[in-house]
Design a binder for this molecule. Structure first.
Ligand code: FAD
Length: 359
């Protein structure tokens, strides 16, 4: 059976950052990614990031993925990257099983960092399985990774940052966004994105939801309606929107199946997107030697995913005796960066969520 010091599940911003600090500390690292490329969500993100210089502000997401991969190459003598490889299970004896090109393999790491990201939430309404109804991630992948226009007239459901950014990208790609609707009474995304959308003439209808999708072989029309303050449909407020694409962007849930399986203590924390594991300040879960980083630890942003990854990589390596004189300084720097990313009104929600899961 193959052995390694640290197995990192997921090659998104969190997993890549964890691999960089763990390998830089001297640990032998294996990164396992189920896609055929590294970068996770960053690969679809053609827009420039916010944040500070340390988290590559003003750089496009896709370029950040490239920067992280270049940094990882500096330690290639200690790093093994397996792509097209899906981790299927983590077991009590510390063995991790995976599938790569139809082959079943086992790996025995000393420590594991789970950085599997998140999955998109969906909505229940009649005909929600008609072709033309996508999650926002799929629309971004079609447009930004494969250069495929998803359709001509889009109804965007969800006015959080993802819904606003994808709407903007659709318009840039020559697709008509008919409206953005959101069940909440207030726009969830940053005002700067919402203002850009409004300047393009796209209406943002808050307190609205999807009532029905219509179409014979694929989506043709959507009936939406207004909601009252108890989120109940208000009769006679229905209106029809002609659309061949409905893009659903109503939030993400941590992809935590591997953590459930290995027996991590999990807590339902709405502020962090769903069930997330208890963890200590070093990102270690209630199961000894299992660390977490990124969206699987709670839905935030790529900036915090990268910092959590760096922290988890440093601490997992230290627990195996791999560290240098700058360990304490680097660890404190990660904690400070996380505090600063979580300041402000959006951070308040995250901090409330974290107070329920951090020992
Ligand atoms: C439209 C959009 C816009 C965004 N804009 C911004 C922004 O401007 N600024 C910002 O900071 N953040 C932004 N984000 C958020 C950011 O992309 C995520 O928070 C970030 O990608 C999370 O990183 P991660 O490494 O935890 O997860 P991911 O990027 O999702 O990576 C997880 C990886 O794990 C792999 N994986 C999962 N399960 C397994 C398994 N069993 N075996 C092997 N591999 C597995 C997946 O294939 C994936 O590559 C945006 C997100 C979206 C969708």
């Amino acid at each position: 059976m193959k052995m390694t010091d640290i197995a990192i599940v997921g090659g998104g911003p969190a997993g890549l950052s964890a691999a960089i600090t763990a390998a830089a500390s001297g640990a032998k690292v294996t990164v396992i990614e189920r896609d055929d490329h590294l970068g996770g969500q960053l690969r679809k993100q053609t827009h420039m990031f916010f944040g500070s210089k340390k988290q590559y502000a003003s750089t496009r997401g896709i370029d950040i993925a490239g920067i992280l991969q270049e940094q990882l190459k500096e330690y290639q003598d200690r790093v093994e990257v397996l792509t097209d490889a899906t981790v299927l299970g983590i077991y009590e004896d510390g063995v991790l099983t995976m599938e790569q090109s139809d082959k079943y393999m086992k790996l025995k790491p000393h420590k594991v960092i789970v950085a599997t990201g998140a999955s998109e939430k969906f909505l229940a309404f009649p005909n929600n399985d008609l072709p033309g109804i996508y999650g926002a991630g799929a629309v971004q992948t079609l447009m930004n990774v494969y250069g495929v226009k998803p359709g001509n007239n889009v109804l965007m459901v969800g006015a959080g940052n993802i819904g606003l950014i994808v709407s903007y990208q659709l318009m840039q790609a020559g697709v008509n966004v008919k409206a953005i609707i959101d069940a909440a009474p207030k726009i969830g995304g940053y005002l700067v994105h919402a203002s850009k959308i409004r300047r393009m003439g796209i209406p943002i209808l808050t307190s609205h939801t999807v009532k029905y999708a219509h179409g014979k072989d694929s989506l043709e029309r959507v009936t939406i309606c207004k909601l009252d303050e108890k989120w109940q449909p208000i009769p006679c407020t229905e209106q029809d929107i002609e659309a061949d694409v409905m893009c659903i962007s109503v939030g993400l849930s941590p992809l935590a199946e591997l953590l459930w399986q290995i027996g991590c203590k999990m807590v339902f924390v709405p502020e962090l997107g769903g069930h997330v594991p208890l963890r200590n300040e070093n990102m270690e879960t209630s199961v000894n030697g299992i660390y977490i980083a990124g969206d699987v630890a709670g839905i935030e942003e790529a900036s915090s995913a990268m910092v959590e990854g760096r922290l988890a990589g440093l601490c997992a390596a230290k627990s195996l005796g791999y560290y240098n004189e700058s360990y304490e300084e680097m660890r404190s720097d990660c904690l400070e960066q996380l505090n600063s990313l979580r300041s402000g009104p959006v951070g308040e929600k995250i901090l409330t969520g974290l107070s329920k899961v951090t020992a």
